[in-house]
Design a protein around this ligand. Structure first.
Ligand SMILES: C[S@@+](CC[C@H](N)C(=O)[O-])C[C@H]1O[C@@H](n2cnc3c(N)ncnc32)[C@H](O)[C@@H]1O
Length: 414
């Protein structure tokens, strides 16, 4: 047994960013509950903890770059531990509001399934660097055998790096948002040099040489060789550059299955924060859907996808800021079910309107258990029952926690 002296700290829990926390609090990244650690404390942090007594949940990180790369935070923890921790984050967030719910088994996306990522790139004196930032620094580490990204992205890294000397200056960094589409890679590069005719020619030639589906610059389409389509149920949608898309196909399938179950037999559904139609279009195989979203370009893509897909029920779209102008009880009265999938801030104003409109069923999707629990409390205070929660882990080895949940109005039997 290692000696426990005053320099040895015991990690008691993980914080929401995945750091281990010892009483104090003292934070130490990449440590686990129960571990005894030592190291120099600066402020409230041990930057380089020495693990004196490892946790039985500690495993050898599958990625050899884990020690340096900041892309993952929890590769040193066994899968069942991470699953239990993410589940507990949701249980704790609910219980802070006096709520509880039946928890379904977590659905974790397999390694190498992330189909979109924003990479950082830099042109060096000699060569280039393209990858993720190292932990808490502006250094970039290249990621040849990344365990998270889909192989289509990893295999394209050397090709994508060819953009760096063309578009990048030696001073600045480029951000490359890379998405796998049915037609090849959809790439949006931010932070590049201003365009001139020579640069335009080089970028066109490179896009053709690399056979990208589409190249965009700072969110504006530069060249489309093939529409970078995404499939949502039977519909094919070409999202605008940089549009929201669920991070993995298995994660999206798990969320969609949960949403489809939670909306029950409703014949008219409102899909709030609808994006490009991830839920709206598959649900239109069985119900009419009104899709509401703040970004008009995403809705235009959703609408175009619906129009060219035969056999779907009617889908209408409405561009609307749901924080400032939530759908009101009168607007909501015609829907038997509502899907709500807000950004991290949650949907306080819209949830207040739902609580008073009382649609039969609400399918909630959330990427932030804290705001989810706050909004769930509003629904439960208005008589809704929280039937179940399904944690979906599309951000394997990261501290992100996502979930889907089913609520039913007081007059609805399970
Ligand atoms: C988590 S994403 C979900 C998108 C979609 N449900 C999906 O699964 O692909 C949240 C969406 O909310 C939209 N959004 C953000 N703030 C908004 C606001 N104030 N009003 C309406 N939509 C907003 C974003 O554009 C984004 O599409």
């Amino acid at each position: 047994m290692p000696e426990t002296d005053h320099d040895t700290l015991t990690i008691t829990r993980l914080g929401l960013h995945g750091d281990g926390i010892a009483p104090g609090p003292v934070y130490a990244a990449r440590t686990l509950p129960g571990e005894e650690i030592r190291g120099e404390i600066t402020g409230d942090r041990i930057a380089a903890p020495k693990i004196v007594t490892p946790s039985p949940n500690r495993v050898k990180p599958p990625c050899p770059l884990y020690a340096r790369c900041g892309g993952c935070a929890l590769q040193h923890a066994a899968d069942p531990f991470v699953a239990g921790w993410k589940r507990q984050v949701v249980i704790d967030a609910l219980s802070a509001h006096g709520l509880s719910a039946p928890m379904r088994p977590i659905r974790t996306s397999p390694p190498r399934t992330r189909r979109r990522a924003t990479l950082s790139g830099r042109r060096l004196k000699k060569g280039t660097l393209l990858g993720f930032h190292t932990r808490a620094s502006d250094t970039i580490v290249d990621i040849p055998g990344c365990e998270v990204l889909a192989p289509t992205i990893t295999e394209a890294l050397p090709s994508l790096a060819e953009f760096l000397p063309v578009l990048g200056s030696r001073k600045g960094e480029l951000a490359l948002a890379v998405t796998v589409s049915e037609a090849g890679l959809d790439v949006d590069i931010r932070g590049g040099k201003p365009l001139d005719p020579a640069l335009r020619l080089s970028l066109t030639a490179l896009t053709q040489k690399l056979d990208l589906a589409r190249l965009s610059l700072d969110g504006e389409v530069f060249l489309t060789l093939r529409p970078p389509a995404q499939r949502f149920g039977p519909a094919s949608v070409t999202p605008p550059p940089g549009a929201f898309l669920q991070a993995t196909a298995p994660g999206e399938a798990a969320l969609l299955a949960a949403v489809a179950e939670a909306v029950g037999p409703a014949r008219r559904i409102a899909d709030l924060f609808a994006g490009c139609g991830t839920f709206a279009l598959p649900l239109a195989t069985r119900a009419e859907v009104h899709a509401v979203e703040g970004d008009a370009d995403m809705l235009a893509a959703l609408d175009a996808g619906w129009r060219k897909t035969p056999g779907l029920s009617k889908v209408t779209t409405e561009a609307r800021d749901l924080f400032r102008r939530p759908l009101l009880p009168d607007d909501l009265a015609r829907f038997g079910a509502v899907v709500i999938d807000p950004p991290r801030a949650g949907a306080e104003a819209q949830t207040a309107a739902l609580a008073s409109a009382q649609p039969d069923r609400i399918a909630a999707v959330s990427c932030n258990p804290v705001t989810f629990a706050r909004d769930a409390k509003m629904l439960c205070d208005a008589g809704y029952a929280l039937r179940w929660v399904q944690v979906v882990d599309q951000f394997r080895w990261s501290p992100h926690v996502e979930l889907a949940a089913a609520f039913t109005a007081p007059h609805i039997q399970p």
